[in-house]
Design a protein around this ligand. Structure first.
Ligand code: 13P
Length: 335
């Protein structure tokens, strides 16, 4: 088994998933503003250190995606953040793109940037302890979007990124995210997601990326949040599975879904159903940001020094999702 395949499998083993704690300072500031906690470097670290030292890090969270600021910070005990994560039994990762910018040629769409100087930055992150990375391409659905140009150019960037990451001995998370925002139907989401994922794999193969050493991070197949015809969760699960089986090569060891604005329980319930119906060989787990952190953040904001009880809230959410990643979750387990 290759080293990269080993890392990918370890991150997603036994129902484990990924904590996406890689919000940029701007996004984290929005999250902290919403719960009325000042967004200082100290507070951003305190919240994250609280999560990273929770007991669920050893049995539920296989990997943590960090942001550049966090990977360079020290814990209150003067350890490197990556050392804390490794000590807890999880694997540190890092977001390496520099964000989605206006796509020249189709200015209503986005292209993710960050390839310039990436080889050097990857070396630095590897030295800091990162063993996997993330890059997110973002697409929205409307009558004429996503365009071929955005599908092609984001797939190309994801593939160039992945090749560089594997060259640096890390596992790339390939994240093409079709946003939930909009009036589109679940059928349109299914069609566009399939097209986007297929193009990504075409480019990954062209760039000689080892598919056994990546993790795919897609959206689930959902109707847009402004669509009148919402579909039942069972249908979300079945369409998501069908889409993956038709567009993801079988060498890919694992898929870790993003939550994309679903509520915490919705994201858990859908993941559980996906695993109940899973008749593929893919490991199907989670790489959630909001759906893992929301209630912990709200609870923490009431008293930012109440570490222990905040960790209980986070541990519960992590446990629910790890059960869901094995198809073993049920509503009664929620408190
Ligand atoms: P959400 O789960 O909040 O969508 O975040 C996941 C993520 O990493 C988006 O890039």
């Amino acid at each position: 088994m290759s080293e990269l395949n080993n890392i990918a499998l370890k991150i997603l083993s036994n129902g484990k998933g990924i904590l996406a704690a890689d919000e940029s300072t701007g996004t984290m500031t929005k999250r902290l503003d919403a719960v009325k906690v000042p967004s200082t470097a100290e507070n951003r670290l305190l919240f994250r250190e609280t999560l990273f030292s929770s007991s669920s890090m050893s049995n539920c969270i296989g990997g943590v995606i960090l942001y550049d600021e966090t990977i360079k910070q020290e814990t209150s005990k003067k350890d490197k953040i990556t050392e804390l994560i490794s000590k807890m039994g999880s694997i540190p990762g890092i977001k390496v793109d520099s964000g989605a910018k206006t796509l020249a040629g189709s200015p209503n769409e986005k292209i993710t940037e960050g390839l310039d100087g990436l080889r050097e930055r990857l070396k630095e992150y590897h030295n800091l302890g990162a063993r996997f990375t993330k890059w997110r391409g973002v697409y929205s659905i409307s009558r004429s979007y996503p365009s071929k140009l955005s599908i092609y150019s984001n797939a190309h960037a994801l593939a160039r990124y992945s090749a560089l990451v594997q060259e640096s001995n890390m596992v790339p998370i390939v994240e093409p995210e079709i946003l939930m925002d909009g009036e589109h139907s679940a059928k349109e989401c299914y069609e566009k997601t399939s097209e986007v994922i297929k193009k990504c794999f075409e480019e990954l193969i062209l760039h000689n990326v080892d598919l056994k050493g990546i993790i795919l991070k897609p959206n689930m197949i959902l109707a847009g949040n402004k669509c009148k015809d919402q579909i039942p969760n069972e249908e979300v699960a079945k369409l998501t599975l069908r889409c993956l089986k038709n567009s993801v090569p079988s060498e890919v060891p694992g898929v870790a879904f993003l939550s994309g604005g679903q509520t915490e329980t919705q994201a858990t319930e859908n993941l559980n159903l996906i695993n109940k119906y899973n008749d593929s060989n893919f490991i199907l787990s989670y790489s959630y940001g909001r759906a893992l952190q929301q209630s912990a953040l709200k609870f923490w904001a009431k008293d930012i020094n109440n570490i222990e009880d905040t960790q209980k809230v986070f541990n519960h959410r992590a446990k629910m999702n790890t059960l869901a990643a094995q198809g073993k979750w049920s509503k009664e387990l929620e408190i």
